[in-house]
Design a protein. Structure first.
Lengths: 298, 320
């Protein structure tokens, strides 16, 4: 059995990536009670936009280090344009419906976005590997990692800290938490729930797009990259508890470490391990590890 | 069997009349159909069986995003029988598929029967992805390539494999028996508790019936139908692979269920044939936009025809 350190480090890197994607999903569910199956497509959109923008950046011959700004900008751009478009254009008309119907709506949206990506960007793969190797590498516990992965971990920590601060210390954040707890009472107290929905959905999609943009230099950007991601994000969110930020962090850590452990020590169980943990948590604590006590309304 | 159920299973009931008529028409028209139409219809009937199971679950108020699990189990049961055990009769494979799905559903259903709404959907999705993960990593079962399935005989008659009238007839019979049986079941005691559970579970318990038992039973029935459907498709296509258990396959079944609506036991088959036909033509003429067409169609149905396409055939007074 090889040493534990590479497993832990790989696990943390993978968890950071998962966290950035899953936290948007859990926020959207927590506030709007929508399980967004299109989240994976937004991740893919962010990756494609990053591929285009970074490709353009290097083609124009600008400073290579600026490509990181291009990555961030592409993710944010996708989020703030597509998010409000979907929310105002489609979801707004369907809020009264049953949760499952909304899941099907986001599934339809996922199908539409997948083909939209193929229409705009075609079906060949895009490779923008320059930002990945630009910062060099470092050695930890005897294994060499690209500095880029360290940047990923830092971004995840930054996102976590920022979101926690926003939700706990700012007025808008506290309003959001109020809507998560009880939408009807929040509306009765005068909170503009409609605007909270718009902001939350935009924030969630922006986070997914940023996750995609950050992933783009590490893989070849292909159609269908959102399909596997969405189930992983689900596993994270379900383990941690839908709507809970610390839950998303813990869920990401668990899934990341489990996957890393199985990849290093028992590769034949990789996929089984992740979904097995998800099923196990659902069986033992159906609402997730961090879900609060919910009063039942008859 | 209560006289009430017997009445609904006899030709006095309009749905039963329609089912018998469809069976007769399909069996008679079969020999005249070109082989592409036979193949399409057989696959559509097999997948329609899975959607029929979903219909039963939706009547109980549960949407399963993991029917692909039993669809895959049924398909692989047929495949493993052909490959490893060297059984060559198609009907035996269908029976094995039903048995395997039923047994596994009995165990998993005991766990799943306590979940509702989104958690039921997600747990069923998790189980189907677990099977996907296991199959992808198992080189004995062909990993992501899967393996071929051929049957040599069908109920004793020689069968050349793939699309043929024999398999089409078997699929039609299976669809008819399941649809007709489900129609009778829907009018039995357990069948009438299902929509009551959907409406208000608490009251059903107050009235003295066991919600958990009915949900468990419906889950097993739906799984058996999905397993048989999977075996039929495996025989029709001649190949099985882990994609049968991927979540997008289950999503397709849910799509057809929504498209067709829950109005009648014939609706899933109608929806399935429509879906397969549209998909075949769409992938041929515009392979990069048919998913978008599906998505838009789904949105249109959800927004404007929430009871599915079948509600177009129902009188205004019957629409749910």
């Amino acid at each position: 059995m090889s040493s534990v350190a590479p497993v832990l480090i790989d696990g943390v890197i993978y968890s950071s990536w998962l966290f950035i994607i899953a936290v948007g999903l859990t926020l959207i569910y927590g506030v709007m009670r929508i399980l967004n199956l299109a989240h994976g497509s937004l991740y893919a959109l962010g990756a494609y936009a990053a591929a285009s923008l970074v490709g353009l950046w290097f083609a124009r011959g600008y400073a290579p280090l600026g490509s990181y700004a291009a990555l961030a900008v592409s993710g944010v751009l996708v989020g703030i344009t597509v998010g409000p478009l979907i929310e105002r254009g489609l979801l707004r008309w369907l809020y009264g419906k049953d949760e499952i119907v909304l899941v099907l709506v986001t599934y339809a949206l996922f199908l539409i976005l997948e083909d939209l990506i193929k229409l705009v960007w075609g079906v060949e793969s895009y490779v923008i590997s320059e930002p990945y190797g630009l910062l060099g590498s470092f050695t930890l516990a005897g294994v060499t990692y690209p500095v880029y992965n360290g940047v990923l971990v830092m971004v995840a920590v930054l996102v976590a800290v920022l979101l926690t601060w926003v939700l706990a210390r700012t007025r808008s954040g506290k309003l959001l938490v109020a809507v998560i707890h009880d939408r009807e009472t929040a509306a009765a107290l005068g909170i503009n729930v409609s605007r909270v929905y718009l902001v939350t959905f935009t924030a969630g999609t922006t986070l997914a797009a940023i996750g995609g943009a950050l992933t783009a230099p590490t893989v070849s950007v292909l159609p269908g990259m959102g399909v596997e991601v969405i189930v992983l994000a689900f596993a994270v969110v379900v383990i941690g508890g839908l709507g809970s930020l610390p839950g998303a962090a813990l869920g990401a850590l668990i899934v990341g470490l489990v996957r890393s452990a199985s990849v290093h020590w028992a590769p034949q169980f990789e996929l089984f391990a992740i979904y097995g943990v998800m099923a196990l948590v659902l069986l033992v604590r159906p609402k997730g590890l961090f879900a609060g006590i919910e009063a039942r309304k008859i | 069997m209560s006289p009430y159920v017997r009445r609904h299973l006899s030709l006095r009931d309009p749905t039963s009349r329609m089912l018998f008529a469809s069976l007769a028409v399909l069996l008679a028209a079969g020999p005249w159909l070109p082989s592409w139409a036979l193949s399409l219809s057989t696959i559509a009937l097999g997948k329609g069986l899975v959607v029929l199971g979903l219909l039963l679950l939706m009547r109980t108020g549960l949407v399963s995003f993991g029917q692909g699990l039993y669809y895959c189990i049924g398909a692989y049961a047929a495949g493993v029988l052909a490959h490893q055990v060297k059984v060559t009769d198609g009907l035996v494979m269908l029976g094995a598929a039903a048995l395997a799905s039923g047994l596994i559903a009995f165990v998993l259903g005991a766990l799943l029967a306590g979940y509702r709404a989104i958690f039921f959907a997600m747990l069923s999705l998790a189980f189907s992805m677990i099977l996907y993960g296991l199959l992808v990593k198992s080189s004995a079962l062909g990993s992501t390539d899967g393996f071929n399935v051929d049957a040599r005989t069908l109920a004793g008659l020689p069968y050349s494999g793939g699309a043929s009238y024999a398999l089409f007839a078997v699929a039609t019979m299976a669809a008819f028996i399941s649809g007709w049986g489900l129609h009778g079941y829907n009018h039995s005691l357990a069948g009438r508790i299902a929509p009551a559970i959907r409406d208000n579970e608490l009251r059903v318990e107050y009235l003295g019936s066991s919600v958990r038992a009915v949900v468990h039973l419906n889950y097993v029935l739906a799984a058996v139908m999905s397993g048989i459907g999977g075996a039929i498709v495996a025989l029709a296509v001649g190949h099985v692979d882990p994609e049968f258990a991927f979540w997008t396959t289950s999503g397709e079944f849910v799509f057809v269920a929504i498209l067709a609506g829950t109005g009648s036991v014939a609706a899933p088959f109608l929806g399935s044939i429509l879906f397969e036909a549209i998909r075949s033509f769409a992938t041929q003429y515009s392979p990069n936009t048919w998913q978008m067409v599906l998505g838009v169609a789904m949105l249109a149905v959800i927004m404007f025809l929430p009871s599915g396409l079948w509600s177009l055939f129902q009188r205004r007074s019957e629409r749910g």
